[in-house]
Design a protein around this ligand. Structure first.
Ligand code: FHN
Length: 432
């Protein structure tokens, strides 16, 4: 008995000291998490020298391109039509509240001026302009947050220990030099967090390149980031439940709790703010042959469904090599923006509503307003599992026309009649 209680004491002491080492977000960070959740919609930009090949951001690995040959693309990269002000305006007009930009993707090319590698937009291209700087200045001017995507894996650096991908890109030593590579990442992250104003988030990717027991030493990267900018949110696209030190949980091509794309197998949905990323067409980086864009209506529904699952949507565009956003993407941004201007009140600042997602749609909630987003309903009536005594009024969101309802066991039935089949038919319930 004595032995057991001694063991319990030791264990609890150990647990306490372990708990003390756990990441404690600052007040500012917790506030930033709330603001991030309020934002609901962001635009992802996958841009790099790979856009010149126009076959997506994985081409170097998929075509086994030698990294020294691939690097020659840089000397021809001159995106003459790049205009940060135009990009940010178009994105802002869509109603997006933040931009996540690929500062360095798996090909290893830095889209910002880095002292730690000459393989960057300023030193290796005739363009010589720090794209990230122009974007961050413009984001500050137009008051929209900037997030930085940063790849943990690198197909071109000799010091990166080979993972599952990039075996045939011409590097000589599969072991790499972890110490050197880790230091390189620390140096670059320091640059990102000290040279580009307020960074809303660092969006890591590539963890999955190594087996799960590989030690990426993420702890020291996370501590560094939070030391430099405590409010900066950290997310990692490892397709798992968040690790200690992370501030939000991300999902790829699926809403939280779903796994149609195969990235979220067994990925539990945790308590941190949630974000799902998805492409407008099929590829992340610019792919000339991929004109198969989702419709604006479907993209709007995706934002709505994400909100109904308490998640943000990070919607991707692959800019062209000439520096322009594709015309189709611009059109979708415009159409999404028109919708958000009218109905954004039912999305921004909300959380998932008390009515769980159903086949007919989802609900969002802000204070005592519960918004029912009807996305797919053939019937003239709709059962809602909310007690009638909790409902003060039920109206159409658009013009506040009353919607009649009657009390039934376990909830109410809304009488919608022959309601129009619009992109999202919104009923506003005021709760008491
Ligand atoms: O390999 C990347 C891919 O290129 C893209 O950046 C996406 C975005 O979520 N993440 C990785 C795949 O999981």
């Amino acid at each position: 008995m004595k032995k057991i209680s001694l063991l319990m004491i030791l264990l609890s002491l150990n647990l306490i000291s372990f708990a003390q080492n756990k990441y404690q977000p600052t007040e500012g960070n917790l506030k930033a998490r709330q603001e991030f959740q309020d934002q609901k919609f962001g635009v992802f930009l996958h841009w790099g020298i790979y856009s010149m090949l126009a076959t997506g951001e994985w081409t170097m690995n998929l075509k086994n391109l030698n990294y020294k040959e691939y690097a020659k693309l840089a000397s021809g990269f001159y995106p003459s039509k790049f205009d940060a002000a135009q990009w940010v305006s178009a994105i802002k007009d869509s109603g997006a509240k933040y931009i996540c930009f690929t500062t360095r993707h798996h090909d290893g090319f830095s889209m910002f001026d880095s002292r730690y590698t000459p393989y960057n937009i300023v030193q290796a291209t005739p363009f010589k302009r720090d794209i990230l700087k122009e974007l961050s200045d413009e984001c500050a001017r137009q008051d929209i947050s900037l997030h930085c995507y940063y790849s943990l894996l690198d197909w071109g650096r000799e010091d990166y220990p080979w993972g599952k991908s990039g075996h045939d890109t011409g590097r000589s030593n599969s072991k790499g030099d972890w110490k050197s590579y880790h230091q390189f990442m620390q140096n670059q992250l320091t640059e990102l967090l000290t040279g580009y104003g307020k960074v809303g988030a660092i969006w890591f990717d590539g963890w999955w390149d190594h087996p799960k027991d590989f030690d990426w030493q993420l702890g020291s990267l996370y501590t560094l980031i939070h030391h430099l900018q405590p409010d900066c949110l950290i997310g990692n696209n490892h397709h798992r439940k968040p690790f200690d030190g992370e501030d939000f949980q991300m999902f790829e091509r699926d809403l939280p709790g779903e796994n149609t794309a195969g990235y979220s197998s067994g990925q539990e949905v945790g308590q941190l703010p949630l974000e799902t990323c998805e492409t407008m067409n099929g590829m992340w980086g610019y792919k000339i042959a991929d004109q198969d864009y989702k419709s604006s209506d479907d993209l709007i529904r995706l934002i709505v469904k994400a909100a109904g699952k308490n998640a943000n949507l990070l919607l991707n565009i692959g800019p062209q090599p000439n520096g322009e956003l594709p015309a189709k993407a611009l059109l979708h941004l415009k159409e999404i923006g028109e919708w958000m201007k009218k109905y954004g009140e039912t999305i921004y600042g909300t959380r998932n509503g008390l009515v769980a997602p159903h086949a007919w749609g989802v609900s969002t909630q802000h204070g005592n307003k519960l918004y029912l987003h009807i996305l797919n309903l053939q019937d003239k009536v709709l059962f809602i599992p909310v007690q009638s005594k909790r409902i003060k009024t039920a109206v159409l969101f658009t013009d506040k026309t009353p919607v009649s309802f009657n009390k039934v066991k376990e909830g109410i039935v809304l009488h919608l009649g022959d309601h129009p089949k619009v992109v999202d038919y919104i009923i506003e319930l005021t709760l008491v």
